[in-house]
Write a protein that binds this ligand. Structure first.
Ligand code: XMP
Length: 490
């Protein structure tokens, strides 16, 4: 009954996640017993199999800290100056808290306007206006209503006792409660002013479900990955990212099987053997063989499957994501190289499919871009609260430098391989990722797989069967026949 994956994916078709459906297995364990622990790359272990995409509308410090605190990870994008990317990595790794407020820092001599608070309720005041000079006070936006602006020194409040950057969530909560504070500066052991924490953030996050062990590296800090390109000057970027403590480096390319990437892999493995190197993107076994032979510790799989991608339409290359993940993972897993299924995730069911077909993690852009932790401010569009989400191959993003991902660096004419759009407000990843993972556990339970390894074993042993869904079966499998319904929350 049904097909083993090895037969189904040999038929000459390119299948997406929606094209295929698994047969249920036998349940002899509760959903809560499902173990989703996994690896991002050869040496990096995660308790939650999710990765935030290296995109400038997805992964900066707030996303990286939140994802690491959930046991997942984010890849900080490289569509910015190397020193700024390195400072984003440092900001996420400088704390053990799941949130980053990034309040402004003013100098004692400044006279900030309300606009300078950039929507924050508070700002920190240091002597020279940088994180390393002496902390002298806290400016409250509500006090800054004077117009024309007056020097901040005239109305700032004395800085309360500082919380240590080594505090985890419970320690920070206890500190604010014991000291009776609404807010406190977060300061590193070296005296660097990191951020401002508030009782409001603590209260908000306390109401979210708890999930897994945080992702910590050998340095005892949050695991944070970062992306680079394959140009000569990316070697300097790589150096700065390694110095900032990046635990893994992702070589960001839409077609990773190139002489540029092979050269960069050899260079990076030789210079920084201690850092896990993730190559890609690939969709075929032949591509994977080349990158694995060159020494990558992880592979990113997907070409044209992303929600904002037009690569398949523009360049006529790519592969249906279910086929790509199955094929590449069937080879890479034998070589002990974990696979990241990148793009095309809209629902928890897609995550179950990706992980069962052999991936160790899923990488998501649109799924995370509407979150509180994604960069950018919410806007209103047709009555909906949305955040901007754009492809790194969109013309808009490429003007900032991401064209290297599409190897367009020497070309005068830039051809877009992605679009600019917007996604709905989804609230905090700290809330919706735990819910999504609970749904993934229920999917694994239905399959009779109590862990990722057991799902991979069932697939390989051909115990797990699947089929292709016809167009009508896909319609039947979705919500249909209703006049109206409550929109799915995630
Ligand atoms: P989702 O579906 O999660 O996909 O939004 C995110 C992934 O899409 C890739 N990406 C692009 N692909 N043109 C493309 O063809 C683009 O402009 C583009 N931007 C991102 C990338 O792999 C990301 O992780």
């Amino acid at each position: 009954d049904g097909f083993p994956a090895s037969r189904l994916f040999r038929k000459g078709f390119s299948y997406t996640y929606d094209d295929v459906i698994f047969h249920p297995g036998f349940i002899d364990f509760p959903a809560d017993a499902v173990d989703l622990t996994t690896r991002l790359s050869r040496r990096i272990h995660l308790s939650t199999p999710c990765v935030a995409s290296p995109m400038d509308t997805v992964s900066e410090a707030a996303m990286a800290a939140a994802m690491a605190s959930l046991g997942a990870a984010a890849v900080v994008h490289c569509n910015t100056e190397p020193h700024i990317q390195a400072s984003i990595v440092r900001a996420a790794k400088s704390r053990r808290l799941p949130f980053v407020s990034s309040v402004p820092i003013f100098s004692l001599a400044s006279a900030p306007s309300l606009n300078d608070f950039a929507g924050h309720d508070y700002a920190l005041v240091t002597e020279a206006g940088d994180a390393l000079s002496k902390l002298v006070g806290v400016a409250v936006a509500a006090d800054a209503v004077a117009n024309p602006p007056v020097p901040v020194s005239e109305y700032m409040r004395p800085a309360p006792r500082s919380a240590s950057a080594t505090f985890d969530f419970e320690q920070a909560a206890a500190f604010l409660a014991d000291e009776g504070l609404d807010y406190a500066p977060l300061v590193s052991e070296e005296g660097e002013v990191i951020d401002l924490i508030t009782a409001k953030d603590i209260e908000r996050i306390r109401s979210y479900p708890k999930l897994g062990k945080p992702s910590l590296g050998a340095d005892g800090k949050f695991v944070v990955a970062a992306s680079i390109g394959t140009r000569e000057d990316d070697k300097r970027r790589l150096e700065q990212l390694v110095q900032a403590g990046a635990n893994a480096i992702v070589i960001d390319s839409s077609q990773g099987n190139s002489t540029y990437q092979l050269d960069m892999i050899k260079y990076a493995k030789n210079m920084y053997p201690e850092v896990d190197l993730i190559g890609g993107n690939v969709v075929t076994i032949a591509q994977a063989q080349n990158l694995i032979a060159a020494g990558v510790d992880g592979l990113r799989v997907g070409m044209g499957s992303g929600s904002i991608c037009t690569t398949q339409e523009v360049c006529a290359v790519g592969r249906g994501q279910a086929t790509a993940v199955y094929k590449v993972a069937s080879y890479a897993n034998d070589q002990n190289v974990p696979v990241i299924a990148d793009g095309g995730i809209s629902y928890s069911g897609h995550i179950v499919k990706a992980l069962t077909l052999g991936a160790s993690t899923v990488m998501m852009g649109s799924f995370l871009a509407g979150s509180h932790e994604a960069p950018g401010a919410y806007e209103y569009k047709d009555g909906h609260r949305v955040k901007k989400y754009r492809g790194m191959g969109s013309l808009e993003a490429m003007t900032k430098g991401s064209d290297a991902r599409y190897l367009g660096d020497t070309l005068k004419l830039k051809v877009a391989q992605g679009v600019v759009g917007a996604v709905a407000d989804k609230g905090s990843v700290l809330r919706f990722i735990p819910y999504t993972m609970q749904a993934v556990k229920q999917g694994f339970q239905d399959l009779g797989a109590s862990s990722l390894q057991s799902a991979h074993d069932l697939l390989r042993a051909e115990t797990l069967r699947l089929e292709v869904r016809t167009g009508a079966a896909q319609v039947e499998g979705g919500i249909h026949g209703l006049v109206s319904y409550e929109k799915k929350p995630f």
